[in-house]
Design a protein around this ligand. Structure first.
Ligand code: ADP
Ligand code: MG
Length: 187
């Protein structure tokens, strides 16, 4: 059913948050006896290496792969978590349009981690999982903060780096209980 879009700096804890959201959703779906599946789409599941972010063309391909996976997996019955940086406003708009196109709700979860902290976490990662420091700086420079005033960034949930858990109940209400807008309304 709904689309949950993660966004945040590189190494800001997006995948960690995506897993927390998945866990919350799975437990709640089971408790409420709803037969829905949860899919996390990210660079790991798409086999995209961190090297892709060194080069614009490769990075564009990676974004395309994420978008097609969302298009393929997003049905009215499944929950899809798009766990990428999703740092370009226009790309978040595209993701929002996919959900809108099949009349399913969507929301954005922002991993609100300061640059210095994300950078520190990045240096502590295993080399294969870490971003090169130049690439890291470039990605941070290009990052376009979500703004809940934009319909494609709304509803927006910001999870601060020291929040232990995600606001699962609020996300649930936003994407499971909320009636999606009709697909033919102007976007
Ligand atoms: P992203 O998906 O944004 O690249 P990850 O969730 O993979 O980020 O986390 C990046 C690194 O930071 C990992 O090594 C992870 O263990 C660590 N990390 C994530 N969240 C926290 C946190 N709240 N406190 C400390 N370290 C964290
Ligand atoms: Mg990640």
């Amino acid at each position: 059913m709904p689309l949950i879009v993660l966004t945040g700096f590189p190494s800001s804890g997006k995948t960690t948050r995506a897993k927390q959201i998945e866990q919350y959703m799975l437990e709640r779906l089971q408790a409420e006896d709803r037969p829905m599946r949860v899919h996390i789409i990210n660079d790991d599941s798409l086999n995209v290496s961190k090297e892709a972010y060194r080069e614009a063309r490769e990075e564009k391909k990676a974004r395309g792969a994420l978008l097609s996976a969302v298009e393929r997996l997003l049905t009215r019955d499944d929950i899809v978590i798009a766990d990428g940086m999703n740092y370009i406003k226009g790309f978040r708009y595209q993701l929002y349009c996919v959900a809108r196109g099949i009349s399913t709700p969507h929301c954005v979860v922002h991993a609100g981690t300061p640059i210095a902290m994300a950078k520190e976490w990045n240096t502590k990662r295993e080399p294969a999982a870490a971003y090169d420091s130049t690439v890291f700086d470039e990605l941070v420079t290009r990052y376009e903060e979500p703004d809940s005033k934009n319909r494609w960034d709304s509803p927006l949930f910001t999870v601060i780096y020291d929040d232990e858990s995600i606001p699962g109940d609020k996300i649930w209400d936003a994407v499971i209980l909320r009636k999606p807008p009709p697909p033919n309304m102007s976007t």
